[in-house]
Design a protein around this ligand. Structure first.
Ligand SMILES: Cc1cc2nc3c(=O)[nH]c(=O)nc-3n(C[C@H](O)[C@H](O)[C@H](O)COP(=O)(O)OP(=O)(O)OC[C@H]3O[C@@H](n4cnc5c(N)ncnc54)[C@H](O)[C@@H]3O)c2cc1C
Ligand code: SF4
Length: 459
């Protein structure tokens, strides 16, 4: 039986607004797709999931029309299914291992997960209905720093184990990159809100506008809570380090996406956050952030959006589906190209970009090709806006203000195999430790929360 493909809006229609690109399964479609799973005795799909979702079990419930049962199985290991179902790279994880995929298309595990997550939201299922009751060790507290997928997962696991959990977030809204990075057309804010409501129903206390390190120190929090998880992510933009990068109308992808997602720049003048959108926009980079920035710029009215990437499409780190969506919507790709200088006008605004062509060299040990410039291949293209999306570095605030938490040469927190930092009782996970995806962050947080419970029990 062929995989049930999820319906999408037509590219030229969706490229004009921020409404969702993919439309989700109907009940009938979900049940039909679920029936493709052959319920393997040794389900390799589960091995491919960093949080160990019992995939065949939730799919079986779904195929039997037991949606509430499917929610219970999913929520046992994952508090954010409606989010993961939308943004996780299933194609390289659970679905890559699915046995059905050996001869045909793998079961659409991610789309089914999204269906179940959305169904739970629609049915208003709260924690009481979906989480098995646990014995509550009285009086144990834990503080979570950062409300991205790592922090939320750790908070959920500790709350389910009965701890009194408080999440501290420096921004005014919760969700980390889910909220300020990934745009509405891929992950609607109402989905994040619903998953947060669910977490609140577990009894978690959320506190915004607290920049830990400054508003409160780690020491102060440790004195009150005795157990900490740091999930402060990688929010520090990398730059190209080429001349002219400070001209006006050159943004980091972070600044651009934060303005859009958290400060409603796309609603100007209803919201007081202006954002300039050029006619000829270039986005530099090849990851999910670059795709999100390029597709957002297109939606905000740029006449032409070109993605400039120094390797070939094979090496792009973005999800294949996002690359395909960007192309369909009209983003142009200029591959094997590296910016070497930005040129400005007399008023200090970017007007052009000098690039050099690149060529791929032999793959390294990890199978990734490096690149080198082609001598004499420089050329100039006119641009009036640039978004630089060439990676993010670990958030430096907590580590720099708390030197006892050791960092490696790149600023990532150093942790042991239990994800405990150099300070006993303080654990960390997600991008601040070196993760790369939502589900990796969640996987680390799950592991850390288990170690935190063992640590707390020993005290
Ligand atoms: C634009 C973009 C698109 C992406 N798309 C995908 C995708 O499609 N699929 C995927 O799997 N991954 C994607 N990623 C990567 C993924 O979002 C991250 O790997 C993941 O969010 C990391 O989670 P985290 O909890 O470690 O950190 P974050 O999500 O970064 O959350 C950290 C939180 O900590 C807060 N914080 C930082 N410092 C402090 C402090 N001192 N005090 C209090 N709070 C603090 C921050 O404000 C933030 O809310 C994308 C990333 C970006 C930038
Ligand atoms: S590997 Fe594929 S077919 Fe087997 S249990 Fe997992 S999802 Fe079902």
């Amino acid at each position: 039986m062929k995989r049930v493909e999820m319906k999408e809006r037509a590219p030229l229609e969706r490229a004009k607004d921020f409404n969702p690109v993919t439309l989700g399964y109907t009940k009938e479609e979900a049940v039909k797709e679920a029936s493709r799973c052959i319920q393997c005795k040794n389900p390799l799909c589960v091995e491919g999931c960093p949080v160990g979702i019992r995939i065949p079990e939730f799919i079986k419930k779904l195929s039997e029309d037991d949606f509430a049962g499917a929610v219970r199985v999913l929520k046992d290991t994952n508090d954010l299914p409606a989010i993961c179902g939308r943004v996780c790279p299933q194609e390289t994880q659970c679905e890559a291992r699915c046995i059905i995929g050996k001869k045909g298309q793998p079961v659409a595990i991610g789309d089914l997960e999204r269906f179940v997550g959305d169904w739970a939201i629609g049915a208003g299922m709260s924690a009481g209905e979906s989480v098995s009751k646990q014995k509550r060790p009285k009086g144990r507290k834990a503080a979570i720093i950062g409300s991205g997928p790592a922090g939320l997962t750790c908070a959920g696991n500790l709350a389910k184990a009965g701890l009194d959990v408080t999440v501290f977030e420096s921004l005014h809204l919760f969700g980390g990159v889910l909220r300020y990075g990934i745009p509405e057309f891929r992950l609607p804010g109402r989905i994040i809100e619903s998953e947060l409501r669910y977490l609140k129903s577990l009894g978690i206390n959320f506190v915004s506008n607290v920049l830990v390190g400054r508003t409160l120190t780690i020491d102060e929090i440790m004195k009150e809570y005795g157990l900490i998880f740091i999930g402060t992510g990688a929010g520090l933009p990398n730059f190209l380090g080429v001349p002219g990068e400070n001209f006006n109308h050159i943004y980091s992808a972070n600044e651009f996406l934060v303005r859009l997602n958290m400060m409603h720049a796309f609603d100007f003048p209803q919201y007081d956050t202006p954002i300039y959108i050029g006619k000829k926009v270039v986005v530099v980079g090849g990851g999910n952030t670059a795709m999100d920035a390029a597709r957002s710029a297109l939606r905000l009215g740029a006449e032409e959006v070109t993605l400039v990437y120094r390797r070939s499409e094979n090496e792009m780190l973005a999800r294949r589906v996002e690359i395909a969506h960007a192309r369909e919507e009209g983003v142009k790709f200029m591959l094997l190209t590296q910016p070497v200088e930005f040129l400005g006008n007399e008023k200090g605004f970017v007007r052009a970009m000098e690039c050099v062509k690149m060529e791929l060299c032999r793959p390294d040990d990890a199978g990734r090709c490096s690149v080198k410039p082609v001598a004499g291949s420089n050329f100039i293209i006119p641009v009036d806006m640039v978004i630089v999306a060439v990676g993010l570095l670990p958030n430096p605030v907590v580590p720099s203000l708390t030197p006892e938490l050791k960092t490696d040469g790149h600023g990532y927190l150093v942790v042991d195999s239990d994800l405990m930092t150099a300070v006993p009782g303080i654990f960390a996970g997600g991008d601040i430790v070196g993760g790369d995806t939502v589900i990796e962050a969640m996987g680390m947080a799950k592991k850390a929360s288990e170690a935190m419970l063992r640590y707390a029990a020993d005290k």
